[in-house]
Design a protein around this ligand. Structure first.
Ligand code: ZN
Length: 90
């Protein structure tokens, strides 16, 4: 479990998966709730990802799409935004 000082968590510690931390807002051990948001970068990469998916099969598509979106980590208890992990760059 990662404890966070000053309510800040470095981007390096966040990924596209939920992480177990102490919420900086309510000080309760939680597993972050991740929501994916499409950034402008995602739109530009969407076409490339689609081509890639056609070549390699559609099973990789859901993973690729989430990987290119920004992942927002929220506390499920108090709904505080804990941090954001930016989508992958091509
Ligand atoms: Zn909280």
């Amino acid at each position: 479990m990662t404890a966070i000082g000053n309510g800040k968590i470095s981007e390096l510690e966040l990924d596209h998966d939920p992480v177990k931390i102490i919420c900086p807002a309510c000080q309760v051990p939680i597993e972050t709730e991740v929501s994916y948001k499409i950034s402008s970068r995602t739109h530009m990469q969407g076409f490339v990802v689609l081509l890639f998916a056609f070549c390699c099969g559609f099973c990789v598509l859901p993973y690729c799409l989430n990987a290119f979106k920004d992942a927002y980590h929220k506390c499920p208890k108090c709904n505080a935004l804990i941090g954001c992990h930016e989508g992958a760059e091509l």
